[in-house]
Design a protein around this ligand. Structure first.
Ligand SMILES: *[C@@H]1O[C@H](CO)[C@@H](O)[C@H](O)[C@H]1NC(C)=O
Length: 253
């Protein structure tokens, strides 16, 4: 019993201390570390439509429990001084999540970088805002952009997302209470028009809903930036970095 406990404890400590390196680039038995690098520019608008914040950088996610601890020795600029901060008032912390896995990955990194400038910029606008006979507010939007976009919604306190023109019409929350929509289209698609309906139980000075849209440039020249290329070069061969350019815009209504 004592021996078993000892063996277990020693193994546990060795695993935790990183003595067993978990990754390998051996082609016969590859164990890559998967990393997402999203070079993005974010724009935050207030209720009046003014830009209240704009920033740019490379947002970094590692898809396992070791985070960046094995990467930092190879890429020293990715260290804990650049841990990303959650935007508390924005859905999914104000980042362009490609998948709604924000609750699984608590740590991410945001390395400052110049603005991105895709040749086909994404557009998002409110087409109409109508009061419905059943006492909700219908916001109709139009979005144009690259083949992959994600849309995020957070109703404010005192409001609920009642229905929308997406899926079967009944909104389903993502874990954490925000809404996540993934949209993808072919090459010659027309503008994406859709609506959401918000029921306001109690009006708030800060508006009824915050929405955001992310445009993911996953192919062609728009996918790349010189900063992404340079950063990717520094990653060791047992990693598999997926890198692309994004834009992110947030609006309050
Ligand atoms: C940590 O990262 C920052 C920002 O990327 C960089 O300026 C700094 O030199 C890094 N620290 C170390 C010890 O490499």
């Amino acid at each position: 019993m004592l021996t078993l406990t000892l063996v277990c404890t020693v193994t546990f400590l060795l695993v935790c201390s990183g003595t067993f390196f978990p990754y390998s680039s051996n082609p016969a038995n590859p164990k890559p570390k998967r990393v997402f690098l999203q070079h993005m520019t974010r724009t935050f608008h207030d209720l009046e439509g003014n830009i209240v914040k704009r920033d740019s950088g490379i947002w970094i996610n590692g898809f396992d429990y070791t985070g960046m601890s094995h990467i930092t020795p190879h890429v020293p600029e990715i260290n804990d001084t650049i841990r990303a901060h959650c935007e508390e008032n924005a859905p999914l912390c104000g980042f362009p999540w490609y998948l709604p896995v924000h609750f699984l990955i608590r740590k991410n990194w945001y390395l400052p970088a110049p603005e991105v400038s895709p040749r086909n910029p994404a557009y998002f606008r409110l087409i109409s805002k109508e009061q419905t006979p059943w006492d909700s507010v219908r916001l109709t939007f139009e979005a144009t952009g690259p083949s992959h976009m994600s849309f995020y919604v957070r109703p404010h306190k005192g409001s609920t997302l009642f229905q929308w023109s997406l899926g079967n019409g009944t909104p389903v929350t993502s874990k954490g209470g925000d809404y996540f929509v993934f949209y993808s289209h072919g090459l010659q698609a027309s503008a994406w028009q859709f609506w959401i309906e918000v029921q306001v139980i109690e009006e708030q000075p800060e508006g009824m809903v915050t929405v955001a849209i992310a445009a993911h440039y996953l192919s062609g020249e728009d996918k790349r930036s010189s900063q992404l290329d340079t950063l990717k070069e520094k990653f060791p061969d047992w990693t598999f970095p997926s890198a692309w350019v994004c834009t992110y815009s947030l609006f309050v209504f």
